[in-house]
Design a protein around this ligand. Structure first.
Ligand code: ATP
Ligand code: MG
Length: 564
């Protein structure tokens, strides 16, 4: 669990912003240019949000710019579906990119030219070693690698071979273009790394124009340089790649100053997985209902569940930036979600597991309108009218026939306050032939509502309710964490993270009864159902005309409690 490096109190001061501001102050740069470079091979998740908030945030704060760049150099796994979803998610978080999105594939011609330039300088060569031979001759962290037998090919031959690779004259995997650096370097990434590989795969943007594709390390630094990126902010795994990043740029005739790569710790969050490969597998295996399943840590899943973009941005600000990998407590994300929903969600009443109560001292056709406020801290949100009548529903577990001592809700002969309404007394419990409670008979104290003679009379509990004949039928889905263990990734041998999926991560309740105003809930509207949590309407799931609500989160805040 990590809150160190938290920037909550001072958002402009983390080690990256310090460098950026230093570079502005010293005049190294007049304008800060950052980029967010997703590979379009999956949907964005909450970890990406950390990088988005950092890159777009730094640009916003310094009045610079941030590019959205699709790092689309690996055609086999990429798709335009992902491109569209990524754009939607970045916009949803509230950021706008500079000009149009950029694509690494737009630079394929220039990258090819830079590769030729390295060949001409004698700093790159075509190598015929197979992938296995390449790995075998690479050495280990403690043993130097061996030079490729093709390392000393002449420039002309290399240029011709490279051009033939490009035209598709060789089979996949039969040749690579490698940088000529140092097979004995202590940094394995500098041991003549591959710059290009042959891949006869159709690209989602360039079609079949290319039979070769640049490697990440080659494409990334040069895309940064081509776009004039000043600070290339990436996660810690790339620290060991930085010498190669710098080496490639230094060899070439590029505008100075060159982009500077700075690494920060990626977000790891408890009770979930964050690798796109694993998330894709959950989708493909049907363990979840698509990338935007409300249990997924994807931005589309969080959105569908009812999480606000402000909550995610605030969370990213809270976790701050550090240089060491750690696990962030999911309770902190949940806390940020509750905090924002508490601010913006209007209050309503809904009963998830209904128990009918017949109020015997009211006439059959009794109808009364009662006023309920929409938000306790925001008088400007006004109030609404609730229908009260002879038959109402209360929550099944707000009644106990044989309660323990400190049970302050309803019990036989006991009283409870109905929220915004009267004091209710349980007169009789009706059961079916099997002894299950099916209905309660009750009475109200007619003077106990607001303005009445006994309105100040105190009873211990207050419960929510809805009028039976006016309620809206709805389906409500309750969610729990997707995995049963905090670190599903860190399992002992042989144990797959999928074996740790929480079988109760979703509970569907079909017979819920909600107050009448929710019949018109528009898509994505967020509410607090009093006493039950925050809920969000989802028209995508609404199939037979019955509204569907997701519970975004319950009201219980373990983070605030722990800190309280
Ligand atoms: P995966 O390893 O799951 O495929 P990735 O890191 O390859 O994810 P990219 O699409 O390359 O995914 O990520 C785009 C950007 O988001 C990168 O700059 C990467 O550093 C950043 N990023 C990805 N995951 C995280 C994370 N968990 N925390 C912070 N930044 C992240
Ligand atoms: Mg990546």
């Amino acid at each position: 669990m990590s809150t160190e490096g938290s920037t909550e109190n001072n958002p402009s001061q983390d080690f990256i912003r310090e460098i950026v501001h230093g570079d502005l102050a010293s005049g190294k740069h007049n304008e800060i240019v950052t980029r967010f470079p997703p590979e379009p091979n999956g949907y964005l998740h909450i970890g990406h949000a950390k990088s988005i908030c950092l890159n777009f945030g730094v640009a916003e704060e310094t009045k610079g710019r941030c590019h959205l760049r699709f790092d689309d150099t690996n055609p086999a796994r990429e798709d335009t579906e992902y491109v569209d979803a990524i754009k939607q998610d970045v916009e949803w978080l509230g950021f706008t990119w500079h000009e149009q999105p950029f694509y690494a594939s737009d630079y394929f011609d220039r990258l090819y030219g830079y590769a030729q330039e390295l060949i001409r300088q004698g700093k790159a060569y075509v190598c015929d070693l197979s992938a296995e031979a390449f790995m075998q001759t690479r050495g280990t962290p403690t043993r130097a690698g061996e030079n490729s037998p093709h390392r000393d090919r002449g420039v002309e031959e290399n240029l011709i071979l490279f051009e033939s690779m490009r035209r598709g004259e060789f089979d996949d995997g039969s040749k690579t273009l490698r940088a000529k650096i140092d097979m004995a370097s202590p940094n394995i990434h500098l041991r003549d790394p591959a710059l290009y590989r042959i891949r006869k795969v159709t690209h989602h943007r360039t079609g079949d124009a290319w039979a070769i594709y640049p490697m990440y390390d080659f494409a990334h630094c040069l895309s940064d340089a081509i776009e004039g990126i000043t600070h290339s902010l990436c996660t810690l795994e790339f620290e060991v790649h930085r010498p190669l990043y710098d080496w490639i740029l230094e060899q070439l005739d590029l505008p100075r100053p060159l982009p500077r790569q700075i690494e920060f710790a990626r977000l790891n969050l408890g009770y979930t997985v964050m690798s796109k490969r694993k998330l894709l597998q959950l989708v493909q295996d049907g363990d979840v209902d698509g990338w935007d399943d409300p249990r997924m840590p994807t931005l589309s899943g969080l959105r569908r569940r009812g999480v606000t973009p402000q909550a995610i941005r605030h969370f990213c600000q809270r976790i701050g930036l550090t240089k060491f990998n750690a696990l962030t407590d999911i309770a902190l994300l949940e806390h940020s979600i509750r905090e924002d929903l508490n601010r913006c969600a209007l209050r309503v009443m809904g009963v998830l597991r209904p128990l009918k109560v017949v109020i015997e001292n009211l006439p059959e056709d009794y109808v009364e309108m009662l006023e309920a406020i929409n938000h306790p801290e925001k008088p400007e949100e006004g109030s609404r009218q609730l229908v009260f009548s002879r038959e109402i529903y209360i929550e099944t577990d707000d009644f106990m026939e044989d309660p323990p001592k400190k049970f302050f809700r309803l019990q036989p002969g006991g009283e409870v306050r109905l929220r915004y309404a009267y004091i209710l007394k349980c007169e009789e419990v009706i059961k079916d032939a099997d002894g299950n409670i099916v209905e309660l008979r009750a009475s109200i104290d007619p003077e106990s509502k607001r303005g009445g003679a006994t309105s100040a009379r105190k009873v211990k509990g207050t419960i929510h309710w809805v009028s039976a004949s006016h309620a809206v039928d709805a389906e409500v889905r309750l969610y729990d964490r997707l995995f049963t263990q905090e670190e599903p990734d860190a399992q002992k041998e042989g144990k797959d993270y999928r074996s740790l999926l929480n079988p109760d991560s979703m509970v569907k309740l079909e017979g819920c009864k909600l107050e009448a105003s929710l019949g018109e809930a528009s898509d994505q509207t967020r509410y607090q159902f009093e006493r039950l949590g925050y809920f969000c309407a989802d028209q995508q799931s609404n199939q037979d005309g019955k509204p569907v609500f997701h519970r975004t989160i319950s009201l219980r805040d373990s983070w605030a409690k722990a800190k309280g």
